[in-house]
Design a protein around this ligand. Structure first.
Ligand code: UDP
Length: 436
């Protein structure tokens, strides 16, 4: 008799930051645990960017990936939407994979409680928001969906938060040693568990890219090959992050003033209307009007400006890279950590302000600007200081030791019989026990 194979259907919401870890976890389930996996990738637009299709293609040897257009759910009242309807109708176990960390998971799932406790907007609170057993969240670091409680997206968010705890369990893109206190609270804190009815929590991380598809490598890596060891700062704001024209200007001046080498993935500024003039790497200053005049010419010996998309993991993995100025998306954060690269934390949106706080205050693997980039423009002197410090400063030596320790912990967690490996095995076992 043929042995039965568990078939997992993974539904990925739009956005590279969601789809990527879903593809990676699926790949791990298929190749290390012999599961059959189908990824249902909801795409926000009819045509997806080329890098995304290249990324998807690179996974299709072991997985089935089906792209489905986003459904119009505008007729469903946000507070009543049941995202589990299909699984319930078919009687299949249902799990959530949180692509962020455990601290964010705690805030997210505790939000319906905060909604009842807190009067007024969260951002106007004088004291940090308390989550039992977990590190408190400062009002100006909360998740974007909580910024305006009058917005209907806030209702969607609360409904999702309730939905998550109705699942049969949660898989989180973290590992035991990275967030022991928060994971312990999610599993054992009596106050927290009495109000949020948590199901089993499985730590499966780090689930992150280890290499880029060949099609995405190219000139950046060739350029890095020619630079001295640990001399380059990589600057990128994720798959969607944009900054204002004024901030681009200050960042450019800061990089130039620092006199350090850099690779910068530049996107048109927030609100920029594409007019076809956006430059390609190697083009002259004249074609890029939102960088300071003459910037590309003056920095051409030390800097590489890349348009829109770079092979991030190949860069972080390169011996010439000394640091990463990052928007602190959780995938980028994990990629930096697993390559032992200290960071400048420059959060923009989603839960990135929490990630930045964790990286700077708790894990001590990053420095951050004097002002919160979501509130004020970070000035060129501040940029230059941070960049210089990240390459040559004293503080970076400690940050490097810390990040290397996290890197080792991460490698240990996903190794066979490491904590995340065991957690995935337990998840599979629990799935079987529910369907037999
Ligand atoms: N990424 C990349 N090249 C880029 C920009 C982004 O490869 O030029 C990848 C990056 O490696 C990461 C993902 O896109 O895996 C972005 O996810 P993250 O959670 O960091 O941020 P988001 O884009 O969701 O804000």
């Amino acid at each position: 008799m043929a042995t039965k194979q568990l078939h997992v259907a993974m539904l990925a919401s739009p956005g590279v930051g969601h789809l990527l870890p879903i593809l990676l976890l699926s790949h791990r389930l298929a190749t290390h645990h012999n599961l059959r996996v189908t990824v249902l990738a909801v795409t926000a637009t009819a045509t997806i960017p080329q890098y995304l299709s290249q990324l998807i293609t690179s996974f299709t040897t072991h997985l089935s990936v089906i792209q489905i257009p986003a459904a119009d759910i505008s007729a469903v009242a946000p507070r009543n939407a049941n995202s589990w309807a299909v699984a319930e109708e078919l009687g299949i176990p249902k799990y959530v994979f949180v692509t962020g960390n455990a601290w964010f998971t705690a805030l997210f799932t505790y939000s319906p409680v905060l909604d009842k406790q807190v009067v007024g907007q969260y951002v106007d609170q004088k004291e940090p928001l308390e989550i039992p057993g977990c590190r408190p969240v400062r009002p100006d670091e909360i998740f974007d969906a909580m910024l305006n409680r009058d917005d209907e997206n806030y209702d969607v968010y609360l409904n999702l938060a309730v939905g998550v705890t109705l699942a049969d369990g949660m898989l989180i893109n973290t590992w035991e040693d990275l967030e022991p206190q928060t994971l312990n609270a999610l599993r054992t804190n009596e106050i927290l568990r009495s109000v949020v009815k948590y199901k089993p929590v499985y730590t499966v991380g780090p689930v992150n890219k280890r290499y880029e598809p060949d099609a995405l490598k190219g000139e950046v890596v060739e350029w890095l090959d020619k630079q001295p060891e640990r001399s380059v700062i990589y600057v990128s704001f994720g798959s969607e992050g944009t900054i204002s024209a004024e901030q681009i200007n200050e960042l450019a001046w800061g990089l130039e003033l620092s006199r350090q080498r850099f690779v910068w993935v530049v996107r048109p500024p927030t609100g920029h209307v594409p007019d076809g003039s956006f430059f390609k790497a190697g083009q002259s200053d004249a074609t890029c009007d939102y960088l300071p005049e003459g910037f590309l010419t003056r920095t051409q010996k030390v800097g590489l400006v890349v348009s829109s998309w770079a092979p991030q993991v190949e860069i972080l993995n390169h011996t010439s890279v000394a640091g990463f100025l990052t928007h602190c998306g959780w995938n980028s954060t994990l990629e930096s950590v697993t390559n032992g690269v200290p960071m400048i934390a420059w959060p923009l949106y989603a839960e990135q302000k929490m990630n930045a706080a964790m990286l700077t205050e708790e894990l001590k693997v990053a420095v951050r600007p004097e002002v919160l980039p979501t509130k004020k423009v970070v000035g060129r002197e501040d940029v230059a200081r941070m960049v210089m410090d990240l390459v040559e400063g004293e503080e970076v030596k400690v940050m490097k030791i810390n990040v290397d320790m996290l890197k080792k912990g991460a490698e240990k967690a996903i190794r066979e019989n490491g904590s995340s490996y065991i957690s995935v095995c337990k998840f599979i076992e629990d799935c079987w026990s529910q369907i037999q």
